[in-house]
Design a binder for this molecule. Sequence first.
Ligand SMILES: [Zn+2]
Length: 113
Amino acid sequence: MLENIIEFKQKLIEEKNRIEMELRKIASQDSDGDYKAEFEDYGREREDNASEIENYTVNLGVTESLETELEKIKLALKKIENGTYGKCEKCNKDIPKKRLEAYPAAQNCVDCK
Ligand SMILES: [Zn+2]
């Protein structure tokens, strides 16, 4: 067990809040809690439609990667609650503290990454 787990928890919560804020800017949440990229209507002109689609495509990709990241953070927070935080998912060894400091939501050690 890491001695400064509270710090990691704090970092994870901050990161979770930041990601949720980013997601709210570009996506809306459905009743299941899934985020859906928003399609913004700029107007009816041809170039409006082109930028709508371009913007939507970008939002789709960003929403997806933010959501993936959010899931990892939620999982890490759950692990803190049940005392398994900092263990590699694959080999069950401790993930080096340095790695967790750089990336608190890490699920695997460097060897198993
Ligand atoms: Zn491992």
